[in-house]
Ligand binder design. Structure first.
Ligand code: F6P
Length: 359
């Protein structure tokens, strides 16, 4: 009988509870014992490590569609990843993680995380050298290399779509524009996909430069006197600081375009998990359990060409663009962005959506 651990790390998103519930279900049918780590690596680092043992009543099926993580994603206390990184105590933090894993006697750990958590796990892989490490990608940002899908993205697009659908009605009533800022960090996938879904008038993403005067001309020439300009949070305007939606809104006002800003914020990370995200979570849970059965380690589940397979963490790390946070330069992340070949870019242009200076 195997003993496996499950933990969720980084920002939450919808679909985490589905993947946790499916992992438990599949593992229990294999006769395995399942331990849930509370608060991700922060809880694992505690002495004793913060864990719960799963049974059939721990996470009922009707709760699996709910957003957030039943296991939590982290907490602020004496020694967590962020404080350790900022105070130069990462070695101490990592040693404690390894000690906790030895104490728990796990055969495998399933880490459900974003590009930051998966990169960290790979860069500090000796922590997991005595057990199998299988990662499952989740993020609303869709900025993880080597996978076409991440858990939580579809629900986030749906949440943004519903938010903007409602805004569009008040926009029309008042003959005004809404500059709506999306999450996504430096990756424009969320804004691009939601923008196509709602029929935005403009979609501004960090990967494509835009010209404020071209945007203003585009809005002035619009057949409607209302609509939505979707701006990804990673967009910057040279010579300006502050939130991009605020800056763009002020420029539009100065050009005589009546507008308001709107910030859906963390509503993008919640909402009942869409069917598509639930199916993805189930496929990834099944793939992760197979990987453990096959004695794989240091792998991530991924969707490529509609197939769910594992890819090595080394490949994942080396396939992205490797960046480091200026505040913690020794911590590196592998990031993916909207590629210039993304078909949605051409489609947006054909639909009369301003997406910046693509030519
Ligand atoms: O990475 C997920 C994400 O939601 C980003 O899109 C966003 O920039 C960030 O996390 C928000 O983080 P916090 O919840 O710490 O404000």
């Amino acid at each position: 009988m195997k003993k496996i651990g499950i933990m969720t790390t980084g920002g939450d998103c919808s679909g985490l509870n589905t993947v946790i519930q499916r992992l438990y279900k599949g593992a229990s049918l294999l006769g395995w014992k399942v331990i849930g780590i509370l608060d991700g690596t922060d809880g694992l680092c505690e002495n004793p490590p913060q864990v719960i043992e799963f049974n059939d009543g721990t996470l009922p099926i009707e709760s699996a569609r709910l957003a957030g993580s039943f296991l939590h994603n982290g907490r602020v206390h004496a020694l967590n990843f962020e404080t350790a990184a900022k105070t130069g105590k990462l070695d101490k933090f990592n040693k404690q993680l390894r000690k906790s894993l030895v104490e728990l006697k796990l055969d495998a750990m399933i880490l459900i995380g974003g590009n930051g958590s998966i990169s960290l796990a790979w860069c500090n892989r000796e922590i997991y050298s005595d057990l199998q490490l299988v990662c499952i990608p989740k993020t609303i940002d869709m900025d993880i290399p080597l996978t076409d899908k991440t858990i939580g993205f579809d629900t986030a697009v749906q949440q943004l779509t519903s938010f903007c659908d409602q805004l569009m009605l008040t926009a029309r009533s008042h003959h005004r524009w809404f500059v709506t800022q999306t999450m996504g960090r430096e990756c424009g996938q969320l804004a691009l996909n939601a923008g196509i879904a709602i029929g935005a008038s403009a979609i501004l993403i960090p990967e494509i430069k835009f010209d404020i005067n071209s945007l203003i001309n585009h809005i002035k020439k619009s057949p409607t006197d209302y609509g939505i300009i979707l701006v990804s949070e990673g967009v910057s305007l040279r010579g300006h600081s502050g939130r991009p939606a605020d800056i763009i809104s002020r420029k539009l006002t100065a050009a005589g375009i009546v507008n308001r800003t709107a910030y859906p914020e963390h509503t993008q990370r919640v909402g009942d998990t869409t069917a598509s995200d639930r199916i993805l979570a189930t496929r990834m849970a099944d793939c992760a359990l197979h990987a453990i059965e096959n004695n794989e380690t240091y792998v991530m589940t991924a969707i490529k060409d509609c197939q769910c397979k594992t890819v090595s963490l080394q490949k994942f790390f080396e396939s992205g663009s490797i960046t480091s946070d200026p505040n913690i330069p020794n911590v590196k992340t592998s990031d993916a962005y909207v590629s210039p070949e993304n078909p949605l870019l051409d489609i947006a242009t054909h639909m009369g959506i301003y997406i910046g200076e693509t030519k």
